[in-house]
Design a binder for this molecule. Sequence first.
Ligand code: DON
Length: 556
Amino acid sequence: MDMRVKQRRVRLLSLVFVFLLGAAPPPEQSSAGMVASDHQLGSKAGADVLAAGGNAVDAVVAAALAVGVVQPAGSGLGGGGFAVLLKSGGEAHVLDFREVAPSASTQDMYQRASDPKASRIGGLAVGVPGEGIGLIELHSRWGRLSLDEVTAPAIELARDGFVVEPHLAKALKNAGEGAPALAQGLFGSSRVPKAGDHVRRTRLAKTIEALSSSAGKALVNGTIANDIVTAVRAAGGILTLEDLATYSPKDRAPLVGTYRGWRVVTMPPPSSGGAVLLQVLGVLESTDLNSEDAHSAAYYHRLAEAMKHAFADRARWMGDPDRVDIPLDQLLSAQRVLAVQQDFDPSRTYDSDHYGIPVDPGSDGGTQHISVLDADGMAVALTTTINTSFASRVFAPKSGILLNNEMDDFVARPGVPNHYGLVGSEANAVAPGARPLSSMSPTILVSPDGSERIVVGASGGPFIISSTLQAIINVVDFKMDPAEAVSVPRMHHQWAPDLLFVDTHTSPDTIAALELLGHTVKTMDFFSSVQLIHGEPNRMSGASDPRKGGWPAGVR
Ligand code: DON
């Protein structure tokens, strides 16, 4: 079939899906810089900073702080994250500001805890937050504007208030009995706001001001630090002032690979995201992916098989790279990729044991991703998280900070899957000062001739990896524009549990064909949320996933 006919077919198919999923915004266009985030006020904060002469780093920090204010179910100063940065000349950096386990943590602390939810709710769930220090470090090393200019939009939003959008209203509603306490902690009012209501976060405004004027020190010393530690300990936690004072972000060597000639710069451990992404892309590279196959059972099966191997490797080997040796070279080697390719059987899938030794395996929630590309070609992909929706539910009351429950990303209890159904090995055990394994996959791709960039990442637990992967394939192989690439249905397989997840709108024929191959298929109506920018420094388009109501903002 003629290539153009194929592309028209896939475009038509995509538009049908987009229609079914709800209004997908058209891709935003700009010749002067772009920010795509989970919230239009976050994207606007970043784009305003670009328009004021800031670079991609200034913009991403402004947007991250702003989204932390307006989207408190998913991020904020109580969390942590990763940034992948590509300078206009092509030099890449990674900053890891992931939470760490408090110094008094022990490997069996959750086995000994009487509450089975101790790694998710309450003080023991809280890891040492890295978000504030990480964003300040990012800005001080690579930003161009003053810190005050970069923090101003978030301070203004927190102080003057903002309108609650449907995603936050829904998250509060889903919190059920816990909602009044969340409303009190966030907005100083026990009335739970609805979509369209105007709310303020005045204590948080003062906290961000203090963060700005002290260049971050206020978070680790003094009243804000005391407030955090007192609240966490009162809720049964073990965090200390010393933990806050000794926390530091880490430079990591970016994980770099190639896919169909594109350079892929992505997140190394303590995220599993980059490694899983690169292994699966490597496996797919031997197959010509045709745009007309974009939603076929054969394509989903091929993806699922590669994911089952890569997620089994994740569970077996991955954890904090400063504590365990992860055989990354081996996992990403040509031999490993070839072995996975040769194992592929188009006519069937296998039982879980086939993909990995279940080594003592010993819904969207609290994350947000921001993609930025500026007019000089500097790109930043930043994903930050407090983990699950509204995380530990522990507030530092005077400073308005909601604390993470990132400790659940460790293997808290051997053999018990975490909130996202993920299993792991001793490599991801709790240890004092350790970083829990993550799925966050901020990624930047550079086209074979060096002229184009794709800046991409997602929120959604392990779905982050599969969603980022499929968005990349949608652009590189299926030639979709950013709006289609983030909107069309997706699939996901994480080896354990042995389920192939597909979007609710997937055709029943596709599901039946997958079942015939031996997959147990489960439909889901909300996977994850992808933010993607594609283009050249002076001609770019970007899109936010319609599933979470985000909106990109281009510099006019
Ligand atoms: O780091 C991780 O992998 C998880 N804490 C991410 C959680 C997440 O994406 C929640 N969903 N939006």
